[in-house]
Design a protein around this ligand. Structure first.
Ligand code: ADP
Ligand code: MG
Length: 703
């Protein structure tokens, strides 16, 4: 039975939204709370008390039994301890529901089980969560019941951040302050706040849960460690935007409904390039809300899949040889009175404020290309970036024809007097309207592309939080705004100075602009000539966190202290080693217990049948050929397995840190590839009924 509903009826019904607050809070309290939200003013404990009471009553009406401080530790996923609202029973056996202002604004989860990268000595295990009132609280419904979730930041006893929200909020402050300085220079006196706006497009795969369970590699590592290519891949391009199958349609409907209830503006959904791959995009929002909502999207995709006999794979590269999944981080800067600083307007070449913003962004990306690359580094993304599919590992900026032309004029003469316009696209059919053409075509191969009134950073991995990328983006752009303002605020003639500065920035940083094919081999060579970094792996990206220029910048804008950066590098190395360790052990396990025994069974039955057939006097040429091939590959498999076991045992004995991660990358990953090769060949030879797990074809085409 289909259930239909009106989006407007359910949208945001589980959010303690502004409207709910307005309805339920006394006017004076509502106003004071808004001052905190809008202006970052400190929260009055009395206000917190009243808000907590209203929030509790509202949540209980929604069926909530528990509340949780929802936070984003450095594990990549969100966490929260659930506390129920009840107090100790009264003498007559009654319980009361309680939730104080103190419980709303501050929590004390034991921090010792979360990664801290040395920031927290074990004797100071205490950590604090603090309410982020700029991201609305909401009720999440799942099998455990309904829970009031309060978005919080997570810090150590000494105030160092142990999460991604704290530095994100700090970076929002930094860009706000510097962008306002820039606006004032252009005579803007009305905007009082500038906030990054972000829309994150989420890619994911869906596979059948029963088949998933038969693949220990998917279960333990989230990706397939073996698997021969199916006869049909994505070469027909028939999946992208293709019609959505019934089972998937039902899934998307439920996901949307859940998200809409929690106020997530799930907007577009479509099939992606690879078979079984899909995408979901919300409407953009303030960056910290967008980050929280993206976590809700990922969690909801997984939960609903589980309810419907499906499994949602968020890994960046679940299937070798098939398109991977990422997240496009659409980023712009919006004032509280609705101006988008990245909107070029009708005549971009005359929009000096826009041109300065653009020049600053190009400068920021060029100066910190390595750091931006690092912000998208995670173990899974190593299989994706630079692997001749979705963005290359080299950072460059795509501007499109129109802006590239404006920039070229500015560099040449300091002035841009003309501008290529979009014009009209003739459809050539009398019943179809002619379409107004964008002045810019799209470039799908660019990692950082200007798309009309925003930049689209396409490197972020599908499983990753978008927080790191936005922390870096906000801060590097804040730095360039700040440097520009330092010059311009002192200038005698602003008009002359701003033109000079735009020209200087563009001239100095034009090497970062690239409008061509980012997948081509010639781009790799060209980028090298230009001196652009080409960072191929996570272990090579991590040192970017500790570059002198990185530390100085983050400290200057109060986003990260040096010790916070060091702790993050440490956590990342450790995380890398752990992930590869699990992958290697899973490979060893599957090869030893499933693959080798399956091949032995198959070759034994072949050998027996050869004897029987020979007795019957028929030819056994084919059987013998297959037997010989399988036996040779089995030898190869065994040898590669031994090598993997050896390097893995060396690696796991090493002390945590960079050397260990590098060893895992150089030695263990290579040994894993060498083991995979003969096994994938065996899969193509061995009787399918003997093969111990579903094939790529089974997983990708039979959802
Ligand atoms: P495409 O897949 O073609 O890139 P989508 O419509 O799927 O486009 O996604 C674009 C994303 O960019 C959406 O999340 C959208 O809300 C977001 N977006 C649109 N305008 C802005 C803007 N000014 N700032 C930030 N994000 C934006
Ligand atoms: Mg996109």
């Amino acid at each position: 039975m289909s259930e239909y509903f009106n989006i407007a009826d359910i949208f945001g019904e589980n959010v303690f939204s502004d409207r709910v607050m307005q309805e339920r809070l006394p006017k004076s309290i509502y106003k004071k709370l808004h001052k905190t939200i809008d202006e970052g003013k400190e929260l009055d404990p009395i206000v917190a008390e009243v808000v907590a009471e209203a929030m509790k009553n509202w949540a209980i009406e929604k069926g909530a039994t528990h509340y949780t401080h929802w936070f984003q530790p450095l594990t990549g996923v969100t966490a929260g301890k659930h506390d129920s609202f009840i107090t100790a029973p009264k003498e007559d056996g009654h319980v009361l529901m309680e939730f104080s202002g103190k419980e709303l604004i501050k929590g004390e989860p034991d921090a010792s089980s979360f990664p801290s990268g040395g920031l927290r000595a074990t004797f100071e295990a205490r950590g604090y969560t603090a309410w982020d009132c700029t991201s609305p609280a909401f009720v999440r419904e799942d099998e455990a019941g309904a829970i009031l979730c309060i978005p919080t930041a997570f810090c150590s006893y000494t105030g160092e951040s142990l999460d991604l929200k704290t530095p994100l909020l700090r970076s929002i402050d930094a860009i706000n302050e510097q962008a306002l300085r820039l606006l004032r220079l252009f005579g803007n006196t009305t905007s009082s706040k500038v906030t990054p706006s972000v829309g994150a497009e989420q890619e994911y795969f869906l596979v059948d849960a029963e088949k998933y369970k038969q693949r220990k590699d998917l279960v333990y590592t989230g990706r397939t460690l073996f698997g021969a290519m199916p006869p049909k891949g994505q070469e027909m391009d028939d999946h992208y935007f293709g019609s959505i199958r019934r089972r998937i349609g039902g899934f998307m409907k439920e996901v949307n409904k859940e998200l809409w209830k929690m106020g997530v503006t799930s907007k577009t959904q479509h099939n992606e390039v690879a078979p079984a791959q899909h995408e979901l995009a919300p409407i953009y929002d303030k960056v910290n809300v967008a980050v929280d909502h993206n976590h809700l999207v990922m969690q909801t995709l997984k939960r609903v899949a589980g309810q419907q006999g499906l499994k949602c794979l968020l890994h960046e590269k679940p299937f070798a040889g098939v398109n991977g999944s990422g997240k496009h981080n659409n980023w712009s800067l919006t004032t509280d009175d609705g101006i988008n600083l990245l909107d070029p307007g009708k005549i971009p070449n005359e929009n000096i404020q826009f041109l300065l913003v653009l020049a600053c962004i190009l400068r920021a990306v060029d100066r910190h290309a390595g750091l931006l690359r690092e912000s998208a580094a995670n173990v899974g993304n190593d299989h994706r970036l630079g692997a001749l599919e979705a963005p290359p590992a080299i950072i460059s900026v795509f501007l499109g024809e129109q802006l590239e032309d404006v920039v070229a004029q500015l560099i040449a003469t300091g002035n841009a007097t003309s501008c290529i316009s979009g014009g009209v696209l003739r459809t050539g059919a009398s019943t179809l309207p002619d379409l107004k053409k964008d002045a810019t075509d799209r470039n799908r191969t660019s990692p950082f592309a200007f798309t009309g009134n925003k930049f689209e950073f396409r490197m972020v991995g599908s499983r990753d939080s978008i927080a790191s990328a936005n922390i870096v983006l906000d801060t590097i752009v804040a730095e360039s705004f700040s440097d520009a303002c330092d010059v311009l605020e002192k200038a005698e003639d602003f008009e002359i100075a701003v033109h000079e500065l735009i020209r200087e920035y563009l001239d100095e940083h034009q090497r970062i602009i690239f409008n061509g094919n980012g997948y081509g081999e010639d781009w790799v060579e060209e980028a090298e000539r230009r001196g652009l970094p080409n960072i191929k792996s996570m272990v090579d990206a991590i040192p970017m966190l500790l570059e002198e220029s990185t530390i100085q910048m983050f400290e200057k804008f109060g986003v990260y202290t040096e010790s916070e950066l060091r702790s993050r590098a440490e956590i990342k190395y450790e995380n890398y080693s752990k992930v590869i360790n699990i992958e290697a052990r899973t490979m060893i396990d599957i090869t030893t217990k499933q693959i080798i025994p399956a091949v032995i069974r198959y070759t034994s039955s072949l050998a027996k049948s050869i004897l029987t057939i020979k007795e019957a006097g028929a030819s056994t040429r084919v059987q013998e050929k297959i037997l010989a091939e399988c036996s040779a590959l089995l030898e190869e498999t065994d040898a590669a397995l031994t090598r993997l076991v050896d390097v893995e045992s060396v690696a796991s004995e090493m002390e945590e840190g960079r050397d260990k991660a590098v060893y895992y990358h150089d030695k263990v990953c290579t040994a894993m590839e060498e083991l995979r090769a003969p096994v994938d060949k065996l899969e193509m030879l061995v009787d399918k009924t003997c093969w111990p797990m579903p094939s790529y074809g089974d997983l990708l085409f039979e959802v």
